[in-house]
Design a protein around this ligand. Structure first.
Ligand code: SAM
Length: 295
């Protein structure tokens, strides 16, 4: 079904009313997403329900609130992969992790906190945890590693917590990692406790959730593409504030910093979407840039 363009004035009004209803009933703020994106996702649900106006869809949602689950699912596309964009993880492993560890040693700090924001079903979070654990090896005991995966989608969070994946879902995981960090059980691969022990999943809405803080690295990849420009600006500033000094921000390869955040982050490897929190000299006593020479 295509939305009839002749109906636009009414539909525009009904679209606003529908967005307000969704916010009131489910706390999901469509206004923070791009309108075109929300309309495209709504069109899928209208088609699935054989409904041809936003007004009728709003009535349907009232009559059958279970449709909200389908709608939120459609609005929050949870496609992900282990080690998605291999070159990003390769750079993270080879360059960012060693710098991070060296910095922690220099500062005599043990705690390393990493946030995988909008982590879908845990693939990104577990990929990070595997790299951290593998890099530290016998030195793991010298550090306290926390890899925090958050997402707005309940179903994704459930799957992430289970940590069970098919062979197909693990196609990007090398044989070494597969044998060291997964257990084959009843036709599926389960993430081992060695990795689960450093990972925590929690439902969190990047739009309306409480601000999180004190992270050494934040990954937020392929999430902000759906957000409005204002939300983009707000989100990047929130990440900036949530990072420790010299902390790293990893964004999707097709995403771009905007607003004040553009001046606050140093590109470490812009091609791979990796940035570092820039702290004014007078705040830290250290020169800028800190450790990695920008590319
Ligand atoms: C395309 S996936 C990206 C997953 C992973 N970061 C990656 O790059 O493979 C986008 C994820 O963002 C989540 N998401 C969308 N809006 C969100 C919000 N307001 N708060 C938290 N997560 C959100 C979706 O549920 C979905 O799991």
């Amino acid at each position: 079904m295509t939305i009839n363009k002749n109906l636009i004035p009414d539909q525009d009004w009904d679209f606003k009313v529908l967005k307000r209803q969704i916010l009131k009933d489910k706390g999901f703020d469509c206004n923070q997403y791009r309108d075109n994106y929300v309309k495209r996702r709504l069109a899928i649900r209208l088609r699935a329900n054989n409904v041809d106006s936003y007004k009728d869809y709003a009535i349907l949602l009232k009559r059958d609130p279970t449709e909200y689950d389908e709608l939120i699912e459609a609005l929050t596309i949870s496609v992900s992969e282990f080690f998605r964009d291999a070159s990003v993880f390769e750079y993270f492993r080879k360059t960012v992790i060693p710098v991070l560890i060296q910095d922690k040693r220099r500062k005599n700090q043990k705690i390393i906190r990493i946030w995988s924001a909008g982590c879908a079903s845990g693939e990104e979070t577990y990929s990070i945890a595997i790299l951290m654990r593998d890099f530290l090896g016998a030195n793991l005991g010298n550090f306290l590693i926390f890899v925090h995966g958050t997402d707005i989608d309940d179903e994704s969070m459930e799957k992430a917590k289970r940590g069970e994946y098919t062979f197909e879902e693990l196609k990007n995981v090398g044989k070494g990692f597969l044998s060291r960090y997964f257990i084959f059980d009843s036709g599926k691969y389960r993430v081992s406790d060695k990795i689960k022990g450093i990972v925590k999943f929690e439902k969190h809405d990047l739009v309306s959730g409480k601000p999180l803080a004190h992270f050494d690295v934040i990954f937020c990849r392929n999430v902000s593409i759906y957000f409005s420009r204002d939300m983009h600006k707000k989100l990047y500033m929130e990440f900036y504030n949530a990072l420790n000094n010299d902390g790293f921000f990893v964004m999707g390869k097709t995403e771009m910093l905007c607003g004040s955040a553009r001046k606050l982050f140093i590109p470490v490897n812009a091609r791979e979407g990796i940035y570092q929190k820039k702290v004014a000299k007078e705040d830290t006593g250290h020169p800028i840039p800190t450790h990695i020479h920008p590319r």
